[in-house]
Design a protein around this ligand. Structure first.
Ligand code: AMP
Ligand code: MG
Length: 391
């Protein structure tokens, strides 16, 4: 099993441990449902007209029909429809007793005052039957569902004005690297700007987490330890970027071990983004991501997101889709899972974009997806399908 496959197995074993809170429905988008939600009634709750038109008995469809009443949405019919009768009916209104078809306004012709005829004997039925979408007592959304727009509609339809969801974790971000200055500064020779923190913080925001930024730290054991302790005290997750590798000043794995954390892994088997630490101490977790921005972006998408969702109790599966290559793909032998920024063009085909490696951040601004090349694959021909994830 490759390293990345191993990591995916470890992630499955992590136990969700965050508090559950009850919130107002309108606060729910982006949150993780922590209760099973069942239907409290049939949907639709009555036989409902799907069209503006006339409701009648199908056997009378070719006859001239007397219009006995008009039924608007929200109003119950007062009359039972008999032979050669109909009711004018609006979309969403309950179909009156005795009717088994609604022919639409466009398929009708007024023959004389209060009389109408259907001009299309092959009309659809145009009735949504009671309970055809779901039935009372049916499970609508299982615990662990990520709440997005469609789930909001279902929750509202089920009368859930309050929902139980996972609490939002406290998250700290610490950037490490003695070579870094903040974006507001002009870096002197030998230094570069910290482009990583803003990216990471916005990736977190996209999964509904507001991180607290603890600033830049030099590659100094004491300085990092002090900052880590204060970040860790008030956070469930601490993120480091930089210092996760095996250079002389890559101190994160050592600091974590000294602070009593158990390290799950120190490498990912992914290129870019091989050095990465994930560790746990009780209900505190720490990620040590690569310093290179492209690496840390990839690590977040492929690993951090599944870890966080697992710990928050979400049933999360990343969306990976197979898309055809616009041109032949060739590379030298690779023993890791390769992730490449690519552009899916107007024809829906994958185009490679110039990419110089893990520090090449502006390559990503021209990309709209990440392409996955399995370990050991050196050539894929034009037209063949490859997995991509949308960026
Ligand atoms: P590290 O993970 O600390 O070994 O860093 C790997 C590479 O990424 C080095 O070239 C660093 O200078 C660069 N790097 C580290 N942190 C950042 C950051 N926050 N923003 C931009 N580049 C970084
Ligand atoms: Mg460094």
């Amino acid at each position: 099993m490759g390293k990345f496959e191993e990591i995916k197995e470890i992630i499955k074993t992590l136990q969700p441990g965050f508090n559950v809170e009850e919130i107002e429905l309108n606060e729910a988008p982006g949150r993780i449902l922590r209760e099973d939600v069942f239907a409290d009634m049939d949907m639709p709750p009555f036989n409902k007209s799907a069209m503006d038109g006339y409701a009648c008995r199908f056997e009378d469809i070719e006859n001239e029909l007397e219009v006995v009443e008009t039924i608007q949405a929200g109003v119950v019919a007062t009359k039972i429809i008999g032979k050669n009768q109909c009711a004018k009916i609006m979309t969403g209104a309950p179909v009156p007793a005795g009717c088994n078809v609604v022919f639409k306004m466009e398929d009708s012709e007024i023959t004389r005052s209060n009389f109408v005829r259907c001009t299309n004997s092959k009309t659809h039925i145009n009735i949504c039957s009671r309970g055809e979408d779901y039935q009372s007592g049916q499970l609508l959304l299982p615990k662990g569902t990520l709440i997005n727009f469609p789930q909001m509609a279902v929750l509202a339809g089920a009368g859930k004005s309050k929902v139980k969801v996972t609490g939002i974790p406290q998250v700290a971000v610490i950037t490490t690297g003695s070579e870094l200055v903040e974006p507001s500064e002009t870096p002197p020779t030998g230094k570069i700007r910290n482009s990583n923190a803003s990216q990471l913080i916005s990736q977190l925001r996209k999964i509904n987490i507001d991180a607290k930024y603890f600033g830049l730290a030099n590659d100094n054991f004491e300085e990092l330890t002090t900052l880590f302790k204060s970040a860790s005290e008030e956070s469930d997750f601490v993120f480091f970027t930089g210092g996760a590798s095996v250079g002389d000043f890559d101190l994160i794995p050592e600091i974590l071990e000294q602070q009593g954390f158990t390290v799950f892994w120190n490498s990912t088997g992914i290129k870019p983004g091989n050095p990465m630490t994930f560790a746990q101490n009780g209900n505190k977790y720490c990620f040590g991501l690569s310093g290179n921005p492209v690496s840390s972006l990839v690590q977040f998408e492929l690993i951090v997101k599944p870890v966080i969702y697992q710990l928050l109790g979400a049933n999360y599966k990343p969306l990976r889709i197979k898309v055809a290559l616009a041109d032949d793909f060739r590379q030298k032998i690779a023993n890791r899972l390769i992730i490449l920024p690519v552009f899916i063009n107007d024809d829906g085909l994958i185009e490679e974009i110039p990419f110089h490696g893990s520090a090449h951040i502006n390559a990503l601004t021209n990309a709209n997806a990440l392409m996955e090349i399995e370990p050991g694959v050196t050539k894929i021909n034009k037209g063949e399908l490859v997995y991509v994830r949308q960026l």
